[in-house]
Ligand binder design. Structure first.
Ligand SMILES: [Fe+2]
Ligand SMILES: [Fe+2]
Length: 276
């Protein structure tokens, strides 16, 4: 197990700050936009959005337990704090999709075989396998939300997908940061083997995702080859980032200030309103 490392601790601390700032950010989504899904659009996305809403809502209790063990072993408490905030951000995606579904009278799904398989795989082994299974879903989420946003004419759904895509892009960097910490002392050849196995798993996952969500991809103009190329491009980009030095969460200071001021303003409004 790696020992405590100042750069790893500050990297985890920067991710913790990043997730806190995102949690405090305002929700600029156009919930009052009157455009509703057409019947054809609703039929096209219904079962697909139900599955993603279910998957985004995982509590991640085992992942967090393993993260806690790793944080204890490496004396890096920010590691598990950042991980917990990341899980909460995923749950916010789930809540946002659910709110949209309720608005469009799309019922929530309570189980699906793909979600069950992913949850069971994450339970099987250690922290790295849990993260790599999760990462496969994260990578596929990028082309998926691009497709979902383009599959209908709903400005609200497009805005939700854009917001989730912003978060997911950061999630991939965060995952690369965590994998860098976990695999820091592994020999190069072992990395290659893990990488190869992960590629095979990702390919199988892509086949399943295309089978389950191909309708949404096709509605937005994606071909199967384009979906695969985009997914593996994201995977290669992430693998190249693993182990290449600190992956700090870069948040423009102006954005942090803006979000901080907005949260303060909201807090003041709540106080004033509650006095009235
Ligand atoms: Fe997500
Ligand atoms: Fe994510």
């Amino acid at each position: 197990m790696p020992d405590s490392d100042d750069s790893a601790v500050s990297e985890s601390a920067s991710w913790r700050r990043y997730f806190l700032s995102r949690a405090a950010a305002s929700d600029p989504l156009p919930w009052n936009d009157p455009t509703a899904l057409t019947r054809e659009e609703a039929q096209c996305i219904q079962s697909s959005i139900q599955q993603f809403q279910l998957g985004e809502g995982a509590r991640g209790s085992r992942l967090l337990k393993r993260g806690q063990d790793f944080a204890n072993a490496t004396e890096n408490p920010h590691f598990v704090d950042a991980l917990a905030l990341f899980v909460k951000e995923e749950q916010r995606h789930s809540a946002c999709l659910l709110r949209f579904m309720q608005r469009e009278s799309i019922p929530a799904a309570f189980s699906h075989w793909v979600d069950t398989v992913f949850r069971r795989l994450r339970v099987l082994a250690g922290l790295e396998l849990s993260l790599r299974v999760l990462l496969s879903a994260e990578i596929i989420a990028i082309p998926y939300y691009r497709a979902l946003g383009a599959a209908t004419r709903s400005p609200l759904l497009q805005a939700i997908c854009n917001r989730i895509l912003e978060d997911e892009a950061a999630h991939l960097r965060f995952q690369a940061s965590m994998l860098s910490r976990i695999s820091a002392r592994r020999p190069f050849f072992a990395d290659r083997i893990v990488n190869g196995m992960h590629r095979v798993f990702l390919l199988i996952t892509c086949v399943v995702v295309w089978f389950e969500h191909g309708r949404v991809f096709r509605a937005s103009g994606y071909a199967r080859a384009g979906f695969l190329a985009e997914t593996f491009w994201e995977f290669d980009r992430l693998e190249n980032a693993v182990g290449r030095g600190p992956l700090l969460a870069r948040i423009p200071e102006a954005e942090v200030q803006e979000e901080r001021s907005a949260s303060l303003a909201r807090a003041e409004n709540v106080t004033v309103e509650s006095r009235d």
